[in-house]
Design a protein around this ligand. Sequence first.
Ligand code: C2O
Ligand code: CU
Ligand code: CU
Length: 496
Amino acid sequence: QARVFEGGPATRVQTYSASLLKGPTSTLRALPDNYLGPILNLQQGQKVRIFFNNRLQEPSIIHWHGLHVPQHSDGHPMYSIQPGEQYVYEFEVLNRAGTSLYHSHAHDLTAEQVYRGLAGLIVVNDADEAKLDLPRGEFDLPLVIQDRRFDQHNQLQYLHAMPERMMGFLGDMILVNGKPQAEFNVKSRAYRFRAVNGSNSRIYKLGWDDGTPLTAIGTDAGLLAQPETRPYIMLAPGERVDLWLDFSGRAVGSRLTLYSLPYSGALPGMHGGMGMMHGKLAQGAKFPIAVFKVNERVADSPKLPKTLVPFQRLSEADVDNRDNPIPIALSIRHMRPLLNGLSFSMDRVMDYERVALGSIKKIRIFHDHDGSEGEHGGGMGMGRMGGMRRGGRSHDGEEPGGQGMGGMMMDMAHPIHLHGQQYQILSRNGANTKAADYATVKDGFIDSGWKDTVLVMPGEEVSIIKPFQDYKGLFLYHCHNLEHEDLGMMRQYYIG
Ligand code: C2O
Ligand code: CU
Ligand code: CU
């Protein structure tokens, strides 16, 4: 990495530029009148150099969420730069075609910086995708969903109060591509909408309210092997889903409203739901996201392909730790969300799990109610650095069992994101969920594609298979509820 001092006025404008070392021409497009950053259009195999100039008045660093890049270009908070400094990223695009995002990753500042606009889309294209007859150009559109609050002067409002920190910040106004009351004028044909949950903590249940199912052609990191249809699709912070929305045959003048449909159980159920305690729009409430107005009748439309881009499905036969999965234990104790019983600290950047370069591991993500996992965590292939436990235990819960506020009552949904290479979802176990709540979300998961963020509902257990190839180094994993991330629900693994 290079750190070069760059003077100049301190404004809150962010500058990104990409210069091409080789490969086809990339185009940078910006969404009009938008507080989000420009869309980075990348091509698989392209070598990219990005100059990040920090013109904020506080430290920052950018992470390319979803891209598989070397440690020095991954935006670890230890690389945060000061106001006026520049950080130069260099990497080759190894990803398959798909939708990713970039955002601030400065520790303890991520949530507010993202909230105030330090985020944008990354679109990767590749040769496999080019062979498919998918909607392109004006028919391939972003659908970045965010919730915000505005004060009486119509300015973005962010709160650091305790319910917001603990549960995650919830806005009461829904923005799509940076605008409220989003409306898309569409032709009567198929579209590809790249839905991205760019919210700090809100989880969407995407669906039409007349029960028409939704079709997905891609998840977090790329196209699916074949399209998947669901009655609704859950989209947690950091997750992406490429939707195939087909308006063929619709009359001019028809209006279709995409909603977030009601669901329950994502937040702890104290006193009728903690969700009600902060903000006017509860987590799990029903509200409209965007309206699609058919304004022109056209004859031609691409047809939904039966096959998209097939890839190898990983199974337990591919891992070397089948009976000893790496644990990621989720818990909340003393009002602090923890991973494996510990809280991330920049003073302990050298705490990490060790994973062998080139290995493929099974990882088990589960809610930890007895606090035991922090004690004997560390499955096969993982070592822990000395000093970690001392540091973590000192303020993160010594008491036996560690239940108290941290037990069942505080069980909540966590979108778990792992940096580096994408993973596949092996299984989901909802046996310990509250059945009535789980029934409102369980048909909305698309687990067949490559993922980098997975929503784990209260009581739920998710097993994933993740390859650790190509790059040695230190990479993060964390809850993508950005308030949880800032509170330290983050750890890291060292590949080497
Ligand atoms: Cu989208 Cu480590 O984050
Ligand atoms: Cu990431
Ligand atoms: Cu969380």
